[in-house]
Design a protein around this ligand. Structure first.
Ligand code: MRU
Length: 358
C-alpha cells in the first residue's frame, strides 16, 4: 500500500546490501524511517521493541530472522539457538512460532551450502503467501461490506481496534483489507478508529495508513465505541487477531473483548479477519494462551511532537502509582458473528474452521 504516494511493503530483502529492510513503526506517524536488520539480534530486537508488530508481520520478520542467523554463522547450533530466541521475543502472536517452525522444518535436511538460499526462498514465500492471503481476506470481507451498502445505500461505518492494517502484515492488512477493497471499488466507507491505548496503534498506525490511502476515518477514544453503537453509527466491527483457537475464541489487542460485548448488546455484527497462519490448532482452552504483559512505561508515558515539532516523551501519571499493562484479551466465539479468512467466511467454531481448513 502507499505512503506519500509510493508503494511499500512492511518488510523486504535488500539483495544489494544483504539486509532485511523494515519500516520502523515506533517512529510512525511522525517520522518515516526505513531500517536495516543485519543480524538475528536485530530481528529479535525489532520484534521486542515493536519496530515491527502485528501477528503476520512478526511472523515474516521471524522468518527473515532465521535467514540473518544463517548469514551470520552457518552453524547448526547457532541457528537452533537463534530460532529459540526468536520464538521467545514476543509470546502471544502464534504467527511467530508458526513461521520459525516452518523455516526450521524446511531447513531440516538441507546441505550446509544450500541453507542460505533455501531459507531466503522460504522467507520470501512466507511473505508472498501472506500478501495473497490478506488480499483474499479482503475479497471475502468485501462481500459483507457490499451487502450492508446495498441495503443501506449510504456510507458504511466500520469500527476497528488496534492496527490490523497493512502495517501489521506484509501488505493489505487483515481487518483493513475488506475496507481497502471496498474503497477501491467505490463503496463509500468510513472507519471509526479506536485509539487503542496504551501504545495507540489505532491512532498512530491505522488512521495514518488509512489517510495515506484516502480512506475517510475518525479516531475515537477507546471508550467511545459503545455510545456510537447505541446511536446506530456503527454498521459493523472488523478486528484482527493474534491467535485464534480452533474453538473460534480470539485473542487480540486489549480492549477487543469489551468492544465485542458492546457490539453484541447492540446487534452490531462483529467480524474477526485472519490468515490461517494465526490459527492455533493445539490449545483448546483460551486460559492457556500466554498473554503478554508489557513495560508499564507504555502506560505512564506518552510520546509525541512538542511545539517545535521535536519528538518528546513525557510522564502523564502520578510517579508513585502502580500500573499494569496487559497487551491482549480474549473474545469468546459466542460474541463473534463470523471469521473472515483467506478461504472464505465461517462461523467462529471448530466446525466452521475445520470446514474451511481440513
Ligand atoms: O501489540 P501489537 O501491535 O503487535 O498487536 C497487534 C494486534 O493486536 C493486531 O490486531 C493483530 O496482530 C492482528 S494483525 C493483522
Amino acid at each position: 500500500m502507499k505512503i506519500e504516494g509510493k508503494e511499500y511493503r512492511t518488510i523486504w530483502f535488500d539483495e544489494k546490501n544483504q539486509a532485511v529492510k523494515i519500516i520502523d513503526q515506533t517512529k510512525l506517524p511522525h517520522q518515516f524511517i526505513i531500517k536495516d536488520l543485519k543480524t538475528v539480534k536485530d530481528a529479535i530486537n525489532a520484534i521486542k521493541v515493536m519496530e515491527v508488530r502485528g501477528a503476520p508481520l512478526i511472523g515474516g520478520t521471524a522468518a527473515y530472522g532465521i535467514v540473518l542467523a544463517i548469514m551470520e554463522k552457518n552453524d547448526v547450533n547457532f541457528i537452533k539457538k537463534s530460532s529459540e530466541d526468536l520464538i521467545k521475543s514476543r509470546p502471544t502472536a502464534i504467527n511467530l512460532k508458526w513461521a520459525v517452525d516452518r523455516m526450521m522444518k524446511k531447513l531440516s535436511d538441507v546441505n550446509n551450502n544450500e541453507l542460505l538460499k533455501v531459507a531466503l526462498d522460504e522467507a520470501k514465500t512466507i511473505c508472498e503467501e501472506d500478501v495473497k492471503f490478506c488480499k483474499n481476506i479482503g475479497l471475502n470481507g468485501l462481500k459483507i461490506i457490499e451487502k450492508i451498502y446495498n441495503k443501506k445505500k449510504e456510507t458504511v461505518n466500520i469500527l476497528t481496534h488496534c492496527n490490523a492494517g497493512w502495517l501489521a502484515t506484509i501488505n493489505w492488512g487483515t481487518a483493513t483489507s475488506p475496507i481497502y477493497h471496498a474503497h477501491k471499488k467505490g463503496i463509500p466507507v468510513h472507519v471509526w478508529v479506536d485509539e487503542t491505548r496504551p501504545r495507540n496503534q489505532g491512532a498512530n498506525l491505522t488512521s495514518y495508513e488509512l489517510n495515506e490511502e484516502d480512506v475517510p476515518n475518525t479516531i475515537i477514544a477507546d471508550n467511545t465505541g459503545g455510545i456510537l453503537m447505541q446511536k446506530g453509527e456503527v454498521d459493523m466491527c472488523i478486528v484482527g487477531t493474534d491467535r485464534t483457537l480452533s474453538t473460534g475464541d480470539v485473542c487480540n489487542k486489549i480492549g477487543t473483548y469489551l468492544k465485542a460485548l458492546a457490539a453484541y448488546d447492540n446487534n452490531v455484527p462483529f467480524y474477526v479477519a485472519l490468515p490461517s497462519s494465526t490459527i492455533d490448532w493445539d490449545i483448546k482452552d483460551f486460559k492457556d494462551i500466554p498473554i503478554e504483559e508489557r513495560n508499564s512505561e507504555e502506560l505512564t508515558h506518552l510520546e509525541g511532537l512538542d511545539k517545535d515539532k521535536k519528538l518528546k516523551k513525557i510522564l502523564i501519571y502520578p510517579q508513585k502509582s502502580k500500573v499494569m499493562n496487559l497487551a491482549f484479551d480474549i473474545t469468546p466465539a459466542k460474541y463473534i458473528t463470523s471469521l473472515i479468512t483467506e478461504k472464505g467466511v465461517c462461523e467462529a467454531s471448530e466446525k466452521g474452521l475445520k470446514g474451511l481448513f481440513k
